[in-house]
Design a protein around this ligand. Sequence first.
Ligand code: UDP
Ligand code: MN
Length: 298
Amino acid sequence: DLDRWRELQLPRMQYNQPATLTQSRTDVLTLTPWFAPIVWEGTFNRDILNEQFKSMNVSIGLTVFAIKKYIVFLQHFIDTAEMFFMVGHRVNYYVFTDRPNEVPKFTLASGRRLVIIEVIGYKRWQDVTMRRMEMIHNASMETFINEVDYIVSVDMDMKFTDLVGVEILSERVGTLHPGYYWSGRQSFTYERRSQSEAYIPGDEGDFYYAGGFFGGSVREVYQLTGQCHNAMMKDKNRGIEALWHDESYLNKYFLYHKPTKILSPEYLWDNGMGSPEAVLKKKRFLAVGKNSAAIRNK
Ligand code: UDP
Ligand code: MN
């Protein structure tokens, strides 16, 4: 919170001076028109950020859902998170699952623990993914608010392949979807039916954000997930479901509650997407291939 930022004092450090007349990256947008940084490799100094967040004794909650067959992804997900996610900081893994007995035993680095939150497994995969909003919302005030400062919510059919650290933390955080970061807003797969709460007209929209990676302070994540869940329930009662489920509602939310920080596709990459990669200096968090038909709805 603000008190901790106010009291923060750094030690003496040596590093390359930021050069006022030189852009750290000239090939990508690094700041939105509302002054939110877009996080690309080369735009930040991890050592400075680590000192700042370390001296605040920050703690981070990583939420993942391992419902039904997706439990098979958990082992590799946590193993790679131990190598790359928030190394040196305090981390709680919050594993939402309907199969608590199938959660493997992990040996975690110090300052890190795994918390199992038992939830029901909805029958339709669309409901599994959408209900994450409600479940995170409820856990925010029951658990997260007493235990961590920030929440990071991600998909679990993923693995960490490079560092993902405190450079991603901010009040409200969205991530550029790897399939659309070079596209114009007309090509974004926003919900285009005006009857839906997720509707975005053709002449609006900043970015296409991924449903598989968002975060923020616990209070903000509580708000975000609550609003998205309410919008989904309104639509459900009218018999409409947005095109890309929770992702569509998240995009609507971020249009009118603009993120205070945006992560580049380095933080959510899919090798199968056929996206242009020239601007990509790191792949930090990668989709592991899956046979969707076989693994969903089982
Ligand atoms: N999920 C789950 N069990 C399911 C379907 C989905 O646990 O049967 C969770 C899981 O965390 C997954 C997320 O919901 O990463 C989003 O679903 P998915 O990854 O299939 O969506 P995609 O990335 O293919 O759009
Ligand atoms: Mn996924």
